[in-house]
Design a protein around this ligand. Sequence first.
Ligand SMILES: Cc1cc2nc3c(=O)[nH]c(=O)nc-3n(C[C@H](O)[C@H](O)[C@H](O)COP(=O)(O)OP(=O)(O)OC[C@H]3O[C@@H](n4cnc5c(N)ncnc54)[C@H](O)[C@@H]3O)c2cc1C
Length: 415
Amino acid sequence: MKRYSVFAIAREAARYHSGWSRAWKSPVPQKKYDVVIIGAGGHGLATAFYLGKNFGITNVAIIEKGWLGGGNTGRNTTIIRSNYLQDPSAAIYEKARSLYETMSQDLNYNVMFSPRGVMMLAQTEHEVRGYKRTAHANALQGVSTEFISADRVKELAPIINISGPRYPVLGALWQERGGTARHDAVAWGYARACSDMGMDILQKCEVTGVRSIGGKVVGVDTTKGAIDCEKLAIVVAGNSGDIARMAGFRLPMESVALQALVSEPIKPALDVVVMANTVHGYMSQSDKGEMVIGGGTDAYNNYTQRGGFHHIEETVRALVETFPMISRLKMLRQWGGIVDVTGDRSPIIGTTPLGNCFINCGWGTGGFKSIPGGGWATAELIAKGTPGPLCAEFGLNRFTEGRFIDESVAAGVAH
Ligand SMILES: Cc1cc2nc3c(=O)[nH]c(=O)nc-3n(C[C@H](O)[C@H](O)[C@H](O)COP(=O)(O)OP(=O)(O)OC[C@H]3O[C@@H](n4cnc5c(N)ncnc54)[C@H](O)[C@@H]3O)c2cc1C
């Protein structure tokens, strides 16, 4: 793989950019791989990358029914933070956040990580207590957050109306090194690095069946034929229930659409990320100037990857008191992704009833931020066959043993 650098750009500029090679290959599937990963979203690709980088396992296929990054990874609002309440969550999200800090260098691909700061507004006394509690927990977990006053909120984000009649801003949980990254670039950067290690990314190839003998997976059926494997990883977010059904087990998880929208581009007005969970919306400004706005999940289970008008109205109405300026913005486009929500709003990373089959899912509305951490933990799980410290608590067995990792507050929007 040719490294991207200022010298490479200068060299290519001199020859009319005719020498760039494709960022990843489009190979024909082999008959068998050591590891097959279903799903070329951020988590699937990151899992493959850390399998190669940390464990030297490169005979890997990543199978994707659409195009890589075309699931939730390319549809999210890109918020990165690690201010979760429970210890296992703080550990995996902070690992991920710290990997984002050096991701552009590690992948030799500009993922535009922008640690501009994330604030979660406290707009009720209940939230003040909750976020102060999270700030104390984060201090013990080594995650750098603080509870800031309403005046500081106004200083950091002058467009916020802190004295709204219904929900005045009483303070906020502030994570200075939280922020955003370019979502497609994260998928593309991992894909390029995986392809360079010799892994096969098989796009437009849908898994239609999982073959097993004696409690062990032997391969998968796909729209491009049968592919055998020594180990299988299911990393398909909202479609996890489908693949689990093919493999013969059930998951404690629901699939729902989560929607987002962007406005027309405007001059720089907001240089932090703001989440307002009581009124139910969050907003940041993209590099292009669009206001990126997210709301809640649909109230019913579905697989509809598109937006609905009621969501625009609901979310904008909710945010208008806190951000009066958005009442004059035109909205450009909206979309939806199918997120995989568990009862305790925490992910599932672990073994399955099939011995050599592993799963990474359940990130719900918040799994973009965790892509490098989730991939790191899943790679370790696949390579060693048992969960490492980063995902030990996130196994499927917590639902039968009652060891829930309740993150319904920290998961962000109230759903
Ligand atoms: C509107 C919206 C806003 C969000 N905002 C944020 C945010 O601000 N911050 C944050 O941290 N998270 C956010 N999220 C959540 C985040 O996007 C997801 O948790 C994360 O992208 C999940 O990554 P993934 O790799 O597990 O799944 P995906 O990116 O969905 O990848 C799974 C892949 O599996 C493929 N697949 C499915 N079935 C099959 C099959 N049978 N065969 C082959 N391939 C298959 C799919 O096509 C898909 O590409 C948001 C999500 C949405 C929808």
